[in-house]
Design a protein around this ligand. Sequence first.
Ligand SMILES: C[S@@+](CC[C@H](N)C(=O)[O-])C[C@H]1O[C@@H](n2cnc3c(N)ncnc32)[C@H](O)[C@@H]1O
Length: 394
Amino acid sequence: MPDINLERRCKRQAWAPTHRFFAVTAPGLEPLCAAEMAALGLAGVEPVSGGVHFAGRLEAAYQANLWLRIAGRVLLRLRDFRVRRWEDLERQAASVPWEVWLTPGAPLRVQVALHQSNLKHSGRVEEVVLSAAAARLAELGLDAPTPAAAGDEQAQSLLVRGQERRASLSLDTSGPHLHKRGWRAQGGTAPLREDLAAALLLLCGYDGSLPLLDPLCGAGTLAIEAALLARRLPPGGQRGFAFENWPCHRAAAWQHLKAQAGQGALASAPAAILARDHQARPLALAQENAALAGVAADVTFNRDDFFTAPPPAGPGLLVMNPPYGKRLGSVRQARDFMDRLGQRLRAAYPGWRCGVVLYRPEWAGLLGLKEEARLAAPFGGLKVTLLCGSIPRE
Ligand SMILES: C[S@@+](CC[C@H](N)C(=O)[O-])C[C@H]1O[C@@H](n2cnc3c(N)ncnc32)[C@H](O)[C@@H]1O
């Protein structure tokens, strides 16, 4: 590799400046993600539709990737500019110090999203940006990026967005979607996405101090996310991130952040976390997942039917993602199941709080909760409602 005094370039272009970042979230989850960021002490937190802006040094993006339970990915804004003609894009793309952000010769994917933009042709946008990066690297004697193969999740992504007269160039700092925590075993059907599970827990104010029960646990997503939260373990502690491959990556700072996270974690969950299911197969998978997530000792798994099993010591928080659709045969059967859930909640769990994933918001009434908070978010082609409330003492 030619001597281009990379460290000096990194200091000036990547380490010293305050950058603008954008954490992408599922629509509807922005306020919860903004609250997570505020709790992390990130600066310039501003929720907008589809995500949350924040600002800081490179380490702020490291922290966000390591700790955000609700974001999908974190983008670094390289350029944000007014665009009238192609030359504007060419000039901006040529001004980026690509040598600090892109590993020479590594796979790169350019994703283009244009909405009533002056730039009308996404193929040409991609070409302009790729050739600007290649020209800059060639000038320094470095190899150009190579095109990423379809489906290569490890490839670096660069996003170009054009909206009316503005355009932006952003680098993905995360790599695979952040809901991929790195602990899920193969074989589960339709598990709840991890960011939605964390959103339901945070919507209910769960902090690990009260007992938690998921009586319909399936592959265990809610109980495992709860255990990670209760023990103050970072959701991203077991996976890699795109920024780790950047030439300007600050490996020592990253190791320090991870070590700090390790020191701040609790040795065990402060209160009971119970996961129950009436079937053996999902329970076995949930146990395997909990072991992979490093929280097997924090969750008690039991094979039990919700409608007959006695409630555990409480009150605490009961969370659930009831079966829906194909699992139950028909909408009518799903509705009847919700009705039975409501009866059981009122009979056996008065005084508990309850967080539930609802596939039909109009069924909230069947549960008989005293509602405290709700939000809607997309999941698997549907819009689900996350609902939190308390179960009245009759
Ligand atoms: C939609 S899945 C839950 C998925 C889970 N949240 C996850 O992330 O994998 C619903 C689960 O409820 C369980 N279930 C259905 N009826 C039950 C009952 N009466 N008692 C206990 N579990 C039940 C099913 O076996 C299934 O695993």
